[in-house]
Each structure stands twice: as structure tokens, then as C-alpha cells.
Ligand binder design. Sequence first.
Ligand SMILES: Nc1ncnc2c1ncn2[C@@H]1O[C@H](COP(=O)(O)OP(=O)(O)OP(=O)(O)O)[C@@H](O)[C@H]1O
Ligand SMILES: [Mg+2]
Length: 505
Amino acid sequence: MSTPILQARNVTKSYPGVKALDNVNLTLMPGEIHALLGENGAGKSTLIKYLTGVHQADSGTLLIGGEERNFANPSDSTAAGVGVVHQERNVIREFTVAENIVLSRTPKKCGFIDWKKVNSEAARCLALMDLDIDPGTPISSLSSAQIQLVEIARALYTETKVLLLDEPTASISDAEAAKLFKVIHRLKADGAAILFVSHKLDEVYAHCDTVSVLRDGKTVLSDAALADHPQDEIVNVMVGRSLASLVTPERTVDSTQEPVLELRNVTTTAGHGGISLQVRPGEILGLYGLVGAGRTELAHAILGRERITEGELLVNGHTAKIRSVRDALHEHGIGYVTESRKEEGVFLDQNITRNVAATTWGKLAGPLGVVGAGRERELVAKYIDELSIKVSSQDQLAGQLSGGNQQKVSLAKWLAADPRILIIDEPTIGIDVRTKRSFYELIWGLAEKGLAILLISSDLAEMITLADRIVVMDSFTLAGTVDNTHHYDTMSQDVIRLIHAKALV
Ligand SMILES: Nc1ncnc2c1ncn2[C@@H]1O[C@H](COP(=O)(O)OP(=O)(O)OP(=O)(O)O)[C@@H](O)[C@H]1O
Ligand SMILES: [Mg+2]
């Protein structure tokens, strides 16, 4: 048997109040794609930070190519051939794409930066990912999905024997993910080892060979062949008990009720034209489309971030002029769970309580307008429980939570605001399987109580599970509507046909 490329033995790491890794073991062999799975907060990112010298462990051993190594910082691990794409975006915003790509080893000539080489090397890496981005572009002008792709390209800059990918596909489209998988398989064929973290189990099963599972910082399945462990079983291993299958409730929407949210033939500054849609109380309306179809921008137009130049927006049957997200909530009862939670959804330097209560001052205030700390904590405790947010206490800073748990805090914030209309953009990115199910149940519960929900998701299966009707968008216009019959195959064909029919016109 060949020598493992990377081996971590008995790694333990504590943060104040939590043992994030508890005697963890991991072995990566040449030419394998190894899935690292576990629920939100299980310790996946912490392990990757240890393997790349971002954090030190309390104890444990790391072997690279059979040799014991101790990475004091990230440059050490890069020099040893360990490439990484972290879960959080990790770029210097003031730099160009090229400068970010070559950062770990900037090409020099006679002591000066060799700009020609900087650009040609960056162009080479971008081409590997099939990315049509000029290396001289300031990175701050890119979307967060594009930055994610540039970070993947950057991981290919130096020769990598090991590539560690922490949820690289969370916020990119399927087409972009396909390019990533092509690269991964090529590296595998060249004998590299790839560690792949994802909550999207379908892609894990499509591409990975081996699997390790973490639960509460412990290795509960180690270096196993994925083919020996069907998906249901792996989910049970992650969760630590058997998970009952999701029961879709019988849903009926009273179509005689007046819509609470309506767009009439709307044109916007973002480029939409002729958009008409209605959402009734208790209805979950899905807005589906490919990345770039104009769904998030439509939410922004409703919330006043883009202007409606023609047509009408009505809330509760009355023409509404909404100027801001704040205005939307306080004047019209519209809550908005944004897609870019990292940038605007969560205050990372504030504790959980402050984050969840951020939108609810009015509701929690007593007669004198003072927010009772007790009531605030009670409300927050309810959401920590309902969304199983993994925290050591309510006073923990949001920035110290795992990626998925930060996401849950952002959701909790809007649920706590008790809106009448909720616009939710890509709610389950980075959320583990079990929480996804409790989230679906929560959404059904809210609709049952009469909330009108506009759901934006790129996950068609999720859309078919949740939405009563699916409005398909393409190129900033509506391509058509599909009623939910819960027949996955026929519905997905109908949806895809609508997208293509539009593209052919
Ligand atoms: N800087 C930090 N300070 C304190 N605790 C932290 C810090 N970073 C992580 N933790 C805690 O360590 C535990 C493991 O977190 P980690 O980010 O490794 O989880 P994860 O498996 O990557 O989850 P996710 O799927 O949500 O990304 C969590 O309980 C988290 O709150
Ligand atoms: Mg993580």
C-alpha cells in the first residue's frame, strides 16, 4: 500500500466553551477524492484550519508524505503542497484578481515584481477553471460567486499534492460546479488527494471515493469507502440517530383571498420587464431560475434597492412605495432573508442575542420603549432551539459560529421580526440535512399561520418540496408558472422546458 499523502492523528482542539476537535483522525491517499461530512458545527472547518496552519491544535500529529510536520502558518502549508479553499471568502479586497492569485508566491525578477508573469500566471489559473475574468480586474468588483471561483483558481497556482475544499460549491451554480469537478478529477488522475466538504450529498456521491464523518468534534466514521455506505446510512451517522423521512403536509391555499403582495406589469432599473405575480396569505410562491436570471434583483426591486420605473407594486391591495429594507419591515411587514448573509445578514462582532433581536426592537419594547433583556433572551432561546443553532451561550459572538450556524442566526433574525410577508433568498446554502428538514417544517408552519412567502432557490428539489406554485424567471422576465403536483420528474421537465423555450425565442 502506498504512503498516505496526508495523515492527521489524534487531533484535539478547543475553543473557549467547546471542544471543536476531539481525537480526530484522517488519512488521505494519493488519487482519492475524500468527503468530509458532518452537521453544522461538527468541526470540519476547524480541521481544515489546523491542516493548513491557520490554527494550532492543542495536541495531535500531522504527517505529510509520511513525514511529521508542524505548520506554524498558512505559508508553511502552501510550501508543502497543501492547497486550500476556505469556507469564508479570503481575499484582499484592495488587490486585483491576479494579485490575489499569486499572493502566496509573487513572481519576481531582479528583486522586483514581474508583472508580466503575475498576469500570465493568473491567466493560466483562470483558464484552468474556464473563467472569463480579466486578471487585472479589481477583486472587489466581482460577485461573491465569482470570488469563490477565483479562490479555487488560486488554489491551483502552486503545485498541490493535497487540495482541501471547504464547501466550494455552496454559492456557485451547477454549471460552475461542473467545471470544478472536472479540475478535481484531473488532479485525482495526477495522483493528488482532494478533501471535499459539502452539505450537498448528491454531489458527494457523484464524485467522492472515500468518506470520513465528524460529529461533535469526534470522528464517527473514518476513511471508509463511500460505496459501502448508502446516503440514508451516512445521514444517520452524521446525526447520531435515525432520521425519519420528511412528511410533506397537505397544503391548500385559499385562492379567493386577496393577494398580500402583487406586482403588476413591472419594469425595473435592474432590467426587468413585464413582471406580474401575486402571493396570497398562506402561500409559498417559488421563484426559480438560473443564476443571473434576475431573481435576487427582483427581490431588491420589491425592497426599494432597485427602482420600479413602470407598473405597480401592491401590498395588501394598496400601491406601495418602499424605499429600504427597514421601510419594508416597519411600514409593510415584509422581511427579507438575504442571499449574501456573510456580507449583510449577520453582525459578526455582535453576540447571538443582539443579532436575532436586531429587527425586533419595536415588538419587544415595553410601554416606555425599553427592551426587556429577559424577553429578548426568551425569544432568542426559542429560535436557538427551533433551528438547533449550535452555540455555547447566547452571548457568544456570531463570528465564532460555524458557517452554517451563522446562516441560521440570519434566518432567526427575520423569523423573530414576525413579518406578514417573508422574502427568502437561497435559505439553505451551507445548512446540514437535518436542519434543512426542520427549516422546511418551520416554513410550512409559518405559511399555515397565514404568512405569505416568496422563496428564491436554485435548488429545484427544494423548490418542489416547498412551493405551492413555481414562477420561472429567465433573463429578467417571466418564462411561465408551474403548479406543484409533487411529481418531481414531470415538474422538473416542465420547469426546464420553460427556461429553454424562453432561451429559444
Ligand atoms: N473562532 C472560534 N471561536 C470559538 N468557537 C469557534 C471558533 N470557530 C469555530 N468555533 C466552534 O467550533 C465548533 C466547530 O466549528 P466548525 O466551523 O469547525 O464547524 P463546521 O463543521 O465547519 O460547520 P459548518 O457546516 O456549519 O461550516 C463550533 O461549535 C463553532 O462554534
Ligand atoms: Mg464549516
